[in-house]
Write a new protein. Structure first.
Length: 213
């Protein structure tokens, strides 16, 4: 992967540093979010894509509480190497696969996935219309996407925001404008793509879009 792409990828220029933050600060949110996704989708088996997975924390949390086969998908080979190691440690490697690629051109068949999940990656996508179009293309009819940047609960959001603001006061600078732009653009994008159903979740725990094809 080019150095330019590494810089654009969240944590891509410093995978070990990104991994530390996920493990030491953000770790509590993933089991909570996974349970929320399971409850909303009622999925316990099938094929899942963790898009822009980083070290795979959300996908691994989903695999822990379901029988889903999870494909960990990221543009960074270094992130995928870390994700693979953690999947082996958690003994979910037999239900995992690892795929390097671009969210704007997902090299999977049409109608091949039951669910696409992604936390914290979408603000960094270059073309939201193309990315969400690809996500809908690879989903089966009736399949779901759960994409955003929430923290699971209000308390977890406050806890992590406080910690990160002390450790790195400018931690949001690289993506806060992109988050705002995505939120503003997404209603029109989804109206154009016309999934069967979509819901914007925007509460004290954070922001998500929940899509049903």
């Amino acid at each position: 992967m080019s150095e330019e792409l590494k810089k654009e990828h969240k944590g891509g220029s410093n995978p070990q540093g990104f991994d530390r933050i996920v493990r030491e600060v953000f770790a509590p949110i993933y089991p909570v979010i996974a349970q929320q996704i399971k409850q909303k989708t009622a999925l316990s088996s099938g094929k899942c894509l963790d898009a822009g997975c980083g070290t795979g924390a959300l996908g691994r949390a989903m695999a822990e509480i379901t029988d889903l086969h999870v494909t960990f998908f990221d543009q960074s080979d270094e992130m995928l190497t870390l994700a693979k190691g953690y999947a082996q440690e958690q003994e979910i490697a037999h239900r995992s696969s690892f795929m390097q690629g671009d969210i704007h051109n997902i090299e999977l068949d049409d109608d091949s996935l039951d669910i696409v999940i992604s936390r914290g990656s979408s603000p960094f996508w270059d073309d939201w219309s193309k990315a969400y179009s690809e996500i809908l293309r690879v989903l089966k009819v009736g399949g779901h996407a759960y994409i955003g940047g929430g923290f699971g609960t209000k308390d977890l959001r406050e806890q992590i925001t406080t910690h990160m603001s002390k450790e790195k006061p400018d931690w949001r600078d690289s993506f806060k404008d992109r988050v705002k732009a995505e939120r503003e653009a997404l209603p029109q994008i989804l109206n154009t793509l016309s999934p069967t159903k979509h819901t914007i979740i925007d509460d004290e725990s954070g922001w998500w879009v929940f899509i049903t094809k």
